[in-house]
Design a protein around this ligand. Structure first.
Ligand SMILES: [Zn+2]
Length: 210
């Protein structure tokens, strides 16, 4: 390691946001029009290692791509629970969501959006049965108390992104994906994870007096 390691600003998906990274290794490749610089970088905050590919066009314009993508995030604990195999249907949905996270890692945002849509649909059917249409499933899901009115609107918008990716050639951007993953997490966490944890916490908390 050099005495004065090269530093660079880059997004970190663990810390969330731009962080100073140390450049661990760097190499370049050139073709007729492009100069590519590949850098292995380590976050100064959390030491997560990622790769940056800088593509420099001969006119000097530059684009950066990061792997895993900056939208990536750690798998939620409820997902690990789903994939344990305690319930066959939950495990199948969990495996699908796991693939969504892998698609996000490799910037396959269309596949990720379609996967999120499919996962939300399967979660609804698991909990309230198949009522025939998307809207009816959403209605039953909300009436069953699984989501609030606010979450319903967010879920509707997320389903629309997946729908547009599937049927209308829409490519979701990083912002769309971030929101869609938040919505998926918001819907799934109370159903598949936090319920048991909350019950355990309830047993530890002393009861109210009077
Ligand atoms: Zn970090």
């Amino acid at each position: 390691m050099a005495d004065n390691p090269k530093k660079t600003k880059a997004p970190c998906s663990t810390c969330v946001g731009e962080k100073t990274h140390e450049v661990l290794f760097e190499t370049q490749q050139q073709d007729e029009d492009w100069l590519y610089t590949y850098a292995m970088i380590s976050c100064g905050g959390c030491e997560t290692i990622s790769m940056r590919v800088e593509s420099r066009w001969h006119d000097g314009s530059v684009t950066h791509a990061y792997y895993p993508s900056p939208v990536s995030r750690q798998q939620p604990s409820w997902l690990q629970y789903m994939r344990l195999g305690l319930d066959a249907v939950e495990e199948t949905i969990g495996d699908l969501i796991y693939e969504v996270y892998r698609a996000v890692d490799s910037k396959q945002y269309r596949l990720a959006a379609m996967g999120i849509r499919a996962a939300l649909e399967q979660v609804m059917i698991l909990k309230v049965g198949d009522n025939g249409t998307f809207k009816k499933n959403l209605d039953a899901f909300q009436q069953g108390g699984f989501i609030s009115t606010i979450q319903r609107e967010a879920m509707r918008a997320t389903l629309d992104v997946g729908d547009a990716a599937m049927h209308r050639g829409y490519t979701p951007n990083e912002g769309d994906l971030r929101i869609a993953l938040d919505v998926l997490d918001g819907v799934c966490a109370p159903i598949f994870g936090h319920g048991d944890e909350a019950k355990k916490m309830g047993k530890r908390v002393p009861p109210r007096k009077g």
